[in-house]
Design a binder for this molecule. Structure first.
Ligand code: HEM
Ligand code: CU
Length: 630
């Protein structure tokens, strides 16, 4: 009779990866890929934050000359791009999604482990790309939505916009791969018994965001390709003088751009629906409604894009339609706000740091949502579009409804990822500093916007009545920076000095709390069986796992094995052998980076050569993997 210790030992040997740096360069383990995303997106968050603080330092007083207009243009453009494409989306889908989704559904890995690693290396390369552009003075400088004709060759003759088009197209490949991986993993690798109505709300949120990415990114990619062809090969897609239309850029961009803002915040909703039950000791109110609302927000988000074009002269019937469609988004959003609030109110809340960040998120999201509703009034939008009122609105929504849950999630899953507890008191202090700082920073922007201050101005005259608001905003920015530094200092110190956490310090509702902290490479010694969306609270099921492990039922220990489940009911339909760590993902990303680099400098011959190298690498990828383990 094989003992449990022998089974666990066998699993550890089968799932162990190479040691050292080589292990990280060839890893396909979802947890390691998740951590690579986590650390890399934090670096980009830092870069985006520094850009923001330079802008706030420039704007702290009128007629300032800390930076000039061209530099300021690059700062706000790269800041916006970085925060959206290189911080929030890869942090939620790439870091949180990769690390947690397989653990929450009871799987051993993501559906496509090598593709997962590939998505990370492409993401990293695309970010290095963008910052080579910025540091060489060719940073994108026409704003994050890059309108033509401002961004065409005539008005922006240098390479800046090539770093925009090629950089974003490159980044989109990584997001598409991650989204496809999350969708297949959530639909096909769930633990036995995990039917849809027993799947955590976190997974519904990531499923919704992933479908959003799959359907939105093609519109952006087509737009980017059209602009690259117009700027470099004489096409006329957006060139009005030759029958093109600058409206085409805006329609294609916002058909992507508006769903994008929900793709930014819906995963964060998922984080909230994990933290609230854990710290209120009760299940989420209206579970099915919240699950549907998470999917509906993204779905409706595809039908509202022209609300970004209320001041472009579109026919009023069109404007009224899009204003009406936009108002529908309020319904699924409000369902979620009520469910979060009523679950906290009717539970036994413990106001620990993760829950504080979720309460801060609800406050900021509602504040940002209310100004969003104001834009439905078309004349109001036509008055305030391109002013600081808009900048205030989207920072409340994005910083409030995405970054706050991300910070809360960092604190909540810190014990799971590190095996250590963080220091609670400094945690709460970091929350209050960030909460006060962001409101001091972003709230006055509403007022100075209503007073007529346009966005994207690198300076302003002293007699407009805007100065005091800008001073407050900048001080708020510095305080926010101090709060964020306090947060990371606390986590780093806790990593080295924190008390041991054990597998389940919060008695969390989902399966990641049923495995050791940090989780072993094979995740589960025995594939758990599930009978509710709060599987870790189902003590009988967890006890049965122990018996099944002893008996060797569901341990899948014959190789690098993973169960595959039926789509709706989540019953196991087959067992597959998963690929293991591999050099091909990083090699493929390298070949792709060289191809894109040649496109930026429009060296088409070399681009063609690297396209051949890329094809050869793909052939290698589909060949036999070098054997690693007995
Ligand atoms: C850390 C705190 C932050 C500060 C101090 C800050 C500050 C700023 C400032 C001053 C601008 C330029 C406004 C203008 O001149 O038009 C800006 C623009 C922008 N910010 Fe932030 N921001 C912060 C965080 C974020 C985050 C977390 C996001 C997340 C996505 C974000 C997204 C954007 C976008 C999209 C723009 C518009 C860029 C454009 O006009 O093209 N910001 N931000
Ligand atoms: Cu929108």
């Amino acid at each position: 009779m094989t003992s449990v210790a022998e089974r666990v030992d066998r699993l550890e040997r089968q799932w162990a990866e190479r040691p050292g740096v080589l292990g990280w360069l060839t890893t396909t383990d979802h947890k390691r890929v998740g951590l690579l995303y986590f650390w890399t997106t934090l670096v980009f968050f830092g870069a985006g934050g520094v850009e923001a603080l330079i802008m706030r330092s420039q704007l702290i007083q009128p007629n300032n000359d800390l930076v000039g207009p061209e530099t300021f243009d690059q700062l706000f453009t790269v800041h916006g791009m970085t925060m959206i494409f290189w911080f929030i989306i890869p942090m939620t889908t790439g870091a949180f999604g990769n690390y947690l989704v397989p653990l929450m559904i009871g799987a051993r890995d993501m559906a496509f482990p090598r593709m997962n690693a590939l998505s990370f290396w492409i993401f990293l390369a695309s970010g290095i790309f963008l910052y080579i552009g910025l540091f060489s003075g060719f940073g994108p400088d026409a704003g994050w939505f890059n309108y033509v004709p401002l961004a065409d060759r005539l008005h922006d003759p240098s390479r800046n916009i090539e770093f925009y088009t090629v950089g974003l197209a490159f980044n989109s490949i990584a997001s598409t791969l991650t989204a496809a991986n999350l969708i297949v993993t959530i639909l096909k690798l769930r633990a036995p018994g995990m039917s849809f109505n027993r799947m955590p709300l976190f997974c519904f949120a990531f499923l919704a965001a992933s479908f959003g990415l799959i359907f939105a990114l093609p519109s952006l990619s087509v737009d980017l390709i059209f602009l690259f062809l117009q700027r470099n090969l004489g096409f006329h897609f957006f060139d009005v003088a030759h029958g093109g239309s600058s409206f085409l850029w805006q329609h294609l961009f916002w058909f992507f751009g508006h769903p994008e803002v929900y793709i930014l915040i819906v995963p964060a909703f998922g984080i909230a629906t994990e933290i609230i039950p854990a710290f209120t000791r009760r299940k989420m109110i209206a579970f099915p409604l919240v699950a549907i609302a998470e999917l509906l927000v993204v779905f409706i988000g595809f039908g509202v894009w022209a609300h970004h074009m209320f001041a472009t002269g579109l026919p009023s019937t069109t404007l009224i339609f899009f204003a009406g469609a936009t108002s529908m988004v309020v319904i699924p959003s409000t369902i979620q706000v009520f469910a979060w609030c009523m679950s906290i109110y009717s539970g036994r809340p413990k106001f620990k740091t993760p829950l504080l960040f979720i309460i801060g998120f609800i406050v900021m999201f509602v504040a940002g949502g209310l100004t969003g509703i104001m834009f439905l009034a078309i004349p109001f939008d036509q008055q305030t579009t391109d002013t600081y009122f808009v900048v205030a609105h989207f920072h409340y929504i994005i910083f409030g409804a995405a970054v706050f849950p991300i910070f809360g999630g960092m604190y909540y899953w810190f014990p799971k990822v590190t095996g250590k507890l963080y220091f609670e008191r400094p945690g709460q202090i970091s929350f209050w500093i960030i909460f006060a700082g962001t409101n001091l920073l972003f709230f006055p922007m509403h007022i100075v916007g209503l007073l007529g201050m346009p966005r994207r101005v690198y300076t302003y005259p002293g007699d407009m009545g805007w100065t005091s608001y800008n001073v407050i905003e900048s001080i708020g920015g510095y305080i926010t920076a101090v709060g964020i530094l306090a947060l990371f200092t606390n986590l780093v110190v806790s990593y080295f000095r924190g008390p041991p956490a054990g597998p389940d310090p919060w008695h969390g509702p989902t399966l990641e709390w049923s495995v050791p902290s940090p989780p072993p490479e094979y995740n589960f010694a025995v594939i758990p069986t599930v009978s509710s969306a709060y599987a870790n609270w189902d003590a009988e099921d967890r006890e049965r796992d122990g018996h099944r492990l002893t008996a060797g039922v569901g341990t899948l220990e014959r190789g690098h094995e993973q169960h595959v489940s039926s789509l709706i009911d989540g019953w196991t339909s087959e067992i597959v052998d998963m690929p293991h760590s591999s050099p091909w993902p990083i090699l493929l990303a390298l070949a792709l980076s060289l191809l894109f680099a040649m496109l930026v400098i429009t060296h088409y011959l070399f681009a063609a050569i690297f396209a051949v190298v890329l094809a050869l690498t793909l052939l290698g990828w589909h060949g036999k993997e070098p054997q690693e383990h007995g």
